[in-house]
Design a protein around this ligand. Structure first.
Ligand code: URP
Ligand code: ZN
Ligand code: ZN
Length: 470
């Protein structure tokens, strides 16, 4: 039986028009105005609503062993939260630690997601050490359909790689045509500055930002870009937070380095004063790279609008109050992370589109189409078109509410955006033709999400042509 979405305003990265969408099974099979409705078809009246392609979060952590503890979400809880917030696909960082076997880690992550995620999903494979065995395993993982790597230049001795390992990872990535995502901070500098600050008795969360200042991120960004340039690999900077790092990334783009930039929800809306709050309130706002000086926020918005920042993710990473308090004696022990998977679409719509900082099409592009293109999901995902998966968000721009832990679905006992107003939310969310959410309530099939196999799409003959496409 088909599904008919009637009379909504269909918005893509390029265009906007009022029309109907017909879905047979899992894909869109017809689009237009005044389409006739076959008998027995379920109809969703989208009058007065916007219809977006399902949103894609290119950077989430769900299963994450980190800093002696584990992030709180399961694939069941995170995927429901994602869908309620309009995200129909996420790409999770698969992060075994340096001491673990890469392939065993990959299977652990896949098994945790399989049959538990309600939305579709893929992985970035973290390379946390590089040797002959890991290289062979990475080749196998790419053949399995996971065609992006992740490296951390931070978190020395745990997830972090040294420059030699980065070089070999990027050489392999260039050979295989896969893209490498990178957390760019100078690990050595962070470690030394942490020691100095603690020795001076500076132990609270307000010292997290000074221990990894903007210059430390800019250095990591510029070094990553230089390594991309020398290896011919394609890169993607995750969670870029500040102007000096942006300058380094844009300079690299201008030199012709194939490099994409992601910034994440907290860096658009929150500043370092949140981490300077007393006690655990400050700890709840500790992430890396840290929340920055307020002067960065308008710059990030402008860079996003201009397409210099390509995508918006969340870096969703929920640690609860008890876990944050592991860092009560020293900010270096606070588990890093601010969750946002459920709130990204509504907050970027409210504070970007509604406030006039972000064009509606660029919003769709940055939160759906560009992640799909960069990570090899397009045109199956990231667009509303005949033949594409019917991942659709029927969005109510008249809805008004505010974010609260009391109503969230993410598995955590606080929300870093508590009390922040939203002006719009998804009223119906479909994944591959099936309604999974209605008016903020999950009504779908848990565990229905599929692992998305992705072919390598960053070989030298496969330039994506979107750095300049706006
Ligand atoms: O603070 C953060 N970002 N936590 C998650 C791990 C990472 O660096 O992405
Ligand atoms: Zn990171
Ligand atoms: Zn992350």
């Amino acid at each position: 039986m088909g599904l008919f979405i009637k009379g909504g305003e269909i918005v893509t990265a390029e265009a906007r028009s009022t029309g109907d969408i017909y879905i047979a099974d899992e894909t869109i099979t017809a689009m237009g105005t005044g389409l006739s409705i076959p008998e027995g078809t379920e109809v969703v009246d989208a009058t007065g609503k916007l219809i977006f392609p399902g949103f894609i979060d290119p950077h989430v952590h769900i299963h994450l062993p980190f800093m002696e503890t584990f992030a709180k979400d399961t694939h069941a809880s995170a995927s429901k939260a994602a869908l309620i917030g309009g995200t129909t696909t996420f790409i999770e960082m698969c992060c075994p630690s340096r001491n673990e076997d890469t392939l065993a880690g990959y299977h652990t992550w896949k098994q945790k997601a399989q049959g538990n995620s309600a939305c579709d999903y893929a992985f970035h494979m973290a390379v946390t050490r590089f040797d002959a065995q890991t290289e062979a395993q990475l080749r196998e993982i790419v053949l399995d359909g996971t065609s992006s790597f992740k490296i951390f230049l931070a978190y020395k001795n745990f997830f972090g790689v040294d420059d030699g390992e980065m070089f070999h990872t990027l050489k392999l990535a260039a050979e295989l045509g896969v893209i490498t995502t990178a957390h760019c901070e100078n690990a050595e500098l962070v470690g030394q500055m942490q020691k100095l600050l603690l020795a001076e008795g500076k132990t609270g969360p307000q010292w997290h930002e000074p221990s990894r200042p903007e210059a430390v991120e800019a250095e990591g960004t510029s070094r990553f870009a230089t390594f991309l340039e020398q290896t011919g690999a394609t890169g993607y900077i995750v969670h870029l937070s500040c102007l000096p790092a942006l300058r380094a990334a844009v300079e690299a783009k201008l030199r012709g380095v194939r490099i994409y930039v992601e910034s994440v929800l907290p860096h658009f809306l929150l500043d370092k004063t949140y981490a300077e709050r007393e006690g655990v309130e400050g700890m709840k706002h500790v992430m890396s790279p840290p929340l920055r000086d307020r002067r960065n926020l308008p710059l990030l918005w402008s860079a996003l609008q201009a397409g210099l920042i390509d995508t918006v993710g969340t870096d969703h990473c929920p640690f609860d109050t008890e876990q944050k308090l592991l860092g009560a004696e020293a900010f270096t022990q606070i588990p890093n992370g601010i969750p946002g998977l459920e709130d990204r679409v509504n907050l970027m719509y409210t504070y970007g589109v509604k406030r006039g900082l972000l064009d509606l099409h660029r919003f769709v592009d940055a939160l759906s189409t560009r992640p799909a293109r960069i990570f090899g999901l397009f045109p199956r995902k990231g667009i509303i078109a005949i033949g594409s998966d019917a991942d659709l968000v029927v969005y109510d721009p008249t809805y008004r509410s505010s974010i609260s832990v009391a109503t969230q679905h993410t598995n955590n006992d606080y929300n870093g955006f508590e009390g922040v107003g939203i002006e719009g939310r998804p009223s119906v969310v479909l994944v591959r033709g099936k309604i999974q959410v209605r008016d903020g309530v999950f009504i779908g099939e848990p565990g229905r999400g599929q692992f998305l196999r992705r072919e390598p799409n960053h070989g030298h003959h496969q330039a994506q042509g979107i750095n300049h496409a706006g």
